[in-house]
Write a protein that binds this ligand. Structure first.
Ligand SMILES: [Zn+2]
Ligand SMILES: [Zn+2]
Length: 333
């Protein structure tokens, strides 16, 4: 059976970035995402997109790609053979492997069915999913950061405690289609605006209602301090990877030895060099502006960790739910 591109109606190639399209539209979409394309309103936004006319309006073609379900986050960095030869993006290569490994682990470890998409997650399920996913992230961390292999265990844990929870939340925000949702590896979401669904197992769940009252403000804060800045930064996948790595190689953590701190500084320096090179090659807008945006997310991540830390004290104080919540465990509390 002949199938048609949902963007331009010419013969379809296959599913690309989440929708059935032709090769040209797939390549177009990838290019736009990698270049952080920002639509300019140069038309009345009603241009017809056909095989003949698709090149005429970039704005409408891109909008159509999004509207038929192509996803920006599905664009995996393609590293050009030339830059590979120059060894410019060594770091991206490692973290891309890590990302692929996690994708496979997610399909193997978590049941993901299409209709479960955007279902709201509740506390017990979340706790379990988070615990299992943290394990997976930790087990594979050396794929992303081979240099962390030689670090002594207690020092390594300091790095991991600072990394795993922000990693899972940021990843969940990145792949979410809705500004108030955080998506978790089983495909279910947490809605910052509807925390009652998270805590209350049924309508008359009194314990759940109390928890919701106590913790709702923290979810609101997480939304403000992390979710919104992330959304505003509009990172592409490579930039997201660089952000993760900057979080991992934090050189100012409590209890960190001088040796590890030095290693972190060296790694961060390498990352900056790579990131600058990346932005120069791929980014159509102002390089330093892009880098500034990414760096500004680091304090946002720190405040998110602070918020989680505060809420963990509430857990203990009021003796609600279990104290060994997997998020707090991953943070080392
Ligand atoms: Zn097409
Ligand atoms: Zn147009």
């Amino acid at each position: 059976m002949r199938t048609f591109c949902k963007v331009c109606s010419s013969s379809a190639d296959s599913f690309n970035f989440g929708a059935l399209t032709c090769r040209a539209c797939s390549a177009f979409f990838r290019r736009c995402v990698l270049q952080n394309y920002e639509p300019i309103n140069s038309c009345d936004e009603k241009c017809e997109i056909s095989a003949k006319s698709r090149r005429l309006c970039k704005n409408c073609r891109f909008e159509k790609c999004l509207s038929i379900g192509m996803k920006q986050y599905k664009v995996v960095m393609k590293i050009t053979p030339k830059s590979l030869r120059q060894n410019s993006f060594l770091h991206l290569i490692d973290i891309e492997k890590f990302d692929k490994k996690l994708e496979i682990a997610k399909t193997m470890n978590f049941e993901q069915t299409g209709n479960k998409k955007n279902d709201l997650i509740n506390y017990p399920v979340f706790n379990d999913v988070f615990a299992r996913y943290s394990e997976i992230v930790m087990e594979n961390i050396e794929i992303a950061y081979p240099q962390s292999g030689g670090i002594e265990k207690s020092q390594r844990n300091i790095l991991l405690n600072n990394f795993v929870a922000p990693f899972i939340f940021i990843e969940g925000a990145f792949i979410s289609e809705n500004l108030s949702l955080w998506v978790f590896p089983n495909g279910e979401c947490l809605d910052s605006n509807r925390s009652e669904c998270f805590y209350m197992m049924h309508e008359n769940d009194e314990t759940g209602a109390i928890s919701n009252k106590l913790f709702k403000p923290y979810w609101v804060k997480m939304h403000e301090k992390l979710r919104i800045p992330l959304e505003d930064a509009k990172l592409n996948k490579a930039e997201l990877f660089y952000l993760f790595s900057l979080i991992f190689w934090d050189d100012k953590l409590d209890g960190q030895s001088e040796k590890v701190s030095e290693l972190c500084r060296i790694q961060r320096q390498k990352l900056f060099t790579e990131l600058i090179e990346y932005e120069k090659q791929w980014c159509s807008t102002d390089t330093s502006l892009r880098i500034g945006k990414i760096l500004l997310l680091l304090p946002a991540v720190q405040s998110a960790i602070q918020i989680m830390s505060e809420s963990s004290k509430i857990h203990v104080l009021y003796d609600v739910h279990d104290h060994h919540s997997s998020v707090f465990k991953s943070l080392g509390f």
